[in-house]
Design a binder for this molecule. Structure first.
Ligand code: 4AD
Ligand code: MG
Length: 431
């Protein structure tokens, strides 16, 4: 019977076949321990002449690291560890034996070597665990949004205009049109869709030609933008809080084994409970200055500022009301203080920093037109976006999260390049 390793405990005492790979082997002569994996989990196969015969011993001896194999044997409960099962091997069918030595060995490799071999590195235990957590984050996001009346609307990737900073655009030649740009965020397009559906989200790759070489920046990453009609700044934060709590809950529920492999501090994740902390940008500037930062009143938070601030707290922090001048043109100003935007960035604790950016949007035609001009943007390319303020405009808000940043936080990875299957960085386009 063919089974998956994750279901081994339902087959104790039975003879089963596992199709997978041998990622390591110990022993020699009388007994071999094959470290097997099949995508769903990991398991040790024990080969002796007694149980497997001479043929199995001969094949076990020939198997090289990362060879693909089908192994048949009896499932045993580990004598000491509960929830660990072993395969007493009866026969081995090699599918492909690697003739060349597998490039990634047990010894320490540098990050560049591992990234050059990303197509193989993905098989390593920690990398396996990270992609499983990423998958949970994706599914939990769909789940939460669908349960809260959002529908998914796919936004275009080729766009005629910028959404965020114009200095970070990837530009391409586009037939008769002069230039097209790769989308930085689908936000503007899903703003159109809320006037049809009320609550919508998109989820896809976005691109930033950012020169930032930090552990938080990729040039291609996955963003989920959510947008809501008849929603103010306060409601916007509540939805974000609900979504993040749901994601953390699902990761804790579904990825125990993965978090263990990653040696993630589970208690830190368990502390991620509503309500999150809230501080205004002005308060944070003062707090940071007291901690030794040279941040000025009208500065955006720097990478070091985010790290320093979030190491201090064990809950996520909404930093609200940034100076309008450091934020995007579409953000509504605070009616109580027009110098600040009705916005918030959500900063994850433990030094992770910004994972979400969001705001209430300017819904008035004239004010929005003024902002577009202030930001030196061409009103003609935003004519359709301005139309939304002409025909049934409503107060609305939204936010966008970076999937890799959320996944990195959940997994406790230092650099987010490990959280995307094939990272794109300023100096990396391969494999
Ligand atoms: O804060 P950002 O730039 O906000 C927007 O793009 C809005 N239009 C979103 C919206 O309101 N719908 O980006 C949103 C999030 C950030 O908080 C961060 O998590 C992630 O996207 N992000 C990046 N992740 C990896 N590499 C980069 N270069 C990133 N830039 C932003
Ligand atoms: Mg941001």
């Amino acid at each position: 019977m063919d089974i998956k390793i994750k279901n081994a405990k339902e087959h104790v005492g039975q003879s089963v076949t596992i199709s997978g790979w041998m990622y390591n082997r110990r022993g020699s002569g009388k007994i071999y321990f094959l470290q097997l994996r099949d995508g769903t989990g990991f398991m040790q196969g024990i080969v002796t002449e007694n149980d497997g015969g001479k043929a199995s011993m001969e094949i076990a001896e020939k198997l090289t690291m990362e060879s693909s194999v089908k192994v048949t044997g009896k499932i045993n409960q580990h004598p000491k560890k509960e929830d660990v099962f072993e395969l007493v091997v009866e026969s081995i069918e090699p599918v492909q034996i690697c003739e060349e030595e597998y490039p990634i060995s047990k010894k320490e490799h540098g990050p560049e070597f591992l990234l050059d071999n990303r197509h193989l590195w993905l098989r390593s235990k920690k990398q396996w665990a990270i992609q499983r957590v990423r998958n949970t984050v994706i599914n939990a996001t769909y789940e939460y949004l669908n349960d809260n009346d959002f529908i998914k609307i796919d936004s275009p990737i080729l766009t005629p205009n910028a959404c965020e900073g114009t200095t970070e655009l990837f530009e391409i030649d586009y037939f008769e049109e002069d230039k097209a740009y790769l989308s930085q965020s689908g936000q503007l397009y899903i703003e159109a869709a809320i006037m049809s559906h009320g609550r919508v989200f998109d989820f896809g790759p976005v691109f930033r030609a950012e020169k930032s070489k930090t552990r938080r920046h990729l040039t291609e990453f996955w963003m989920m933008d959510a947008e809501m009609a008849y929603c103010d700044h306060e409601m916007n934060l509540q939805i974000q809080e609900g979504l993040v709590c749901h994601i953390v809950k699902k990761v804790l529920e579904k990825n125990r084994q993965e978090l263990e492999i990653l040696e993630r501090d589970i208690e830190a994740l368990e502390k991620v409970q509503a309500p999150f902390l809230r501080k205004t940008h002005a308060e944070v500037v003062q707090e940071l200055r007291e901690m030794g930062s040279d941040i000025q009143e009208n500065d955006d938070l720097g990478a070091d500022d985010e790290t320093m601030l979030t190491k201090k707290y064990d809950k996520p922090i909404f930093v609200e009301k940034y100076p309008a001048e450091v934020k995007a043109f579409y953000m509504k100003r605070d009616p109580e203080n027009p110098n600040v935007a009705l916005c918030a960035d959500l900063l994850a604790p433990e030094g992770y920093g910004e994972v979400i950016g969001g705001s209430q949007r300017e819904e008035d035609y004239d004010v929005l037109m003024e902002r577009i001009k202030e930001h030196d943007l061409d009103p003609a390319v935003f004519d359709w976006y301005l139309d939304l303020r002409k025909y049934g405009s409503v107060p609305h808000s939204g936010f966008g999260y970076g999937l890799e940043r959320i996944t990195g936080w959940m997994c406790g990875t230092h650099h987010i390049r490990e959280t995307i299957p094939f990272p794109r960085l300023i100096n990396r386009l391969r494999p």
